[in-house]
Design a protein around this ligand. Structure first.
Ligand SMILES: *[C@@H]1O[C@H](CO)[C@@H](O)[C@H](O)[C@H]1NC(C)=O
Ligand SMILES: *[C@@H]1O[C@H](CO)[C@@H](O)[C@H](O)[C@H]1NC(C)=O
Ligand SMILES: *[C@@H]1O[C@H](CO)[C@@H](O)[C@H](O)[C@H]1NC(C)=O
Length: 313
């Protein structure tokens, strides 16, 4: 869950708007323009549609909550809720273990941090997981660990998996640019394409705004909100969270996110210290499942009818 452009971020962003750089060739540049005009004209002559080449590095099979959280290369279809939850719990443990083993700094962020705040676990309805790193760590990841495959064995020895670290070549560009590459790296479960989004924070303007850290999507943090990091546990393994996590969460999600106990079809159960699906959500999902099953049956029956009539004619 990432409420990406909160109002505060937009306000602060305008502060920097004047110094924004674009990674793509500047279209206002006369030489670039002539060349692209010429290419455009040639294409039009050939009857092709003029299309700007995309700079996007990571690709998903589609947009939205359902498809937007899979890496296209490893996607074989939407997984069940159970598989997603199992994937995510092991994936974040493996990730935290790797960073710990390599003595690299990372911390949990966004909706994942909100999940930690409630009970040290991910939010059961969350489609993705988010972590952050400093730009120094990010650059080290790019140079030393890009395309590394990490073999994971769960602490009880029952689950073995492999994860791929893929680092976006646009990590050297720390401004938002065309907005296609705000995710700096991914930790991918190669069985199904689900991933952890890793974003780096940089002090974009140490001269005019020292101690202000920003990701490429303009989430801003002060040094004192981040450091010193607090050592904690997440999904049963050692993890770190920003020093002033309350402020970080309220800035991003408002106070309501720390109070509301009825959220996303789930209810906070004080005794279990867990988010549980509400009976009406379970009922709705059951209805949905039945409806799909019926539709599938109808489709098969219709096909059989068509087959039969083709055979008979
Ligand atoms: C995983 O760990 C268990 C015990 O913790 C061990 O017996 C097993 O050999 C390990 N598997 C792999 C593939 O490393
Ligand atoms: C990571 O590796 C991929 C595949 O080789 C490459 O395309 C990409 O540019 C690399 N990223 C960095 C930061 O070098
Ligand atoms: C209808 O015919 C197609 C093609 O021969 C076949 O693949 C399909 O299984 C048949 N459907 C049914 C319900 O018999």
């Amino acid at each position: 869950m990432r409420l990406s452009t909160c109002a505060a971020a937009i306000t602060t962003a305008t502060l920097f708007a004047s110094c924004l750089a674009t990674p793509t060739p500047n279209p206002a540049d006369p030489i670039a323009r002539t060349i692209s005009d010429r290419i455009g004209r040639k294409k039009q002559q050939k009857g092709e549609k003029e299309k700007k080449p995309s700079t996007k590095y990571f690709h998903e099979p589609g947009g939205g909550n359902k498809l937007g959280h899979y890496d296209k290369r490893y996607y074989h279809g939407i997984v069940s809720d159970e598989e997603r939850q199992d994937t995510q719990s092991h994936m974040i443990r493996a990730y935290l273990n790797f960073f710990h083993e390599q003595e690299l700094d990372t911390w949990i962020a966004h909706g994942t941090l909100l999940g930690w705040w409630w009970n040290g676990q991910r939010l059961p309805w969350d489609y993705d997981l988010d972590t952050q790193v400093s730009d120094t760590t990010l650059h080290h990841l790019g140079e030393a660990h890009n395309q590394t495959r990490y073999a994971y064995n769960s602490s009880d020895g029952t689950v073995q998996r492999e994860y791929l670290i893929d680092v976006n070549p646009w990590i050297w560009e720390r401004e938002r640019g065309d907005g296609q590459n705000i995710i700096d790296a991914r930790w991918i479960d190669i069985r199904n394409g689900l991933f952890i989004d890793i974003t780096g924070l940089s002090e974009i303007h140490p001269d005019t705004h020292p101690g202000v850290w920003s990701c490429k999507n303009y989430h801003m943090y002060k040094t004192s909100e981040l450091y010193p990091m607090r050592e904690t546990m997440f999904e049963g393994v050692a993890a770190k969270v920003p020093y002033d996590y309350d402020k970080v969460l309220v800035d991003e999600y408002k106070v309501r996110a720390l109070i509301e106990t009825d959220f996303h079809g789930h209810r906070w159960d004080t005794e279990q210290r867990a988010w549980v699906k509400k009976p009406e959500t379970v009922e709705e999902e059951e209805q949905e499942r039945k409806k799909k099953e019926e539709e599938e049956k109808k489709k098969v029956a219709e096909e059989a009818r068509v087959n039969k009539s083709t055979r008979e004619s």
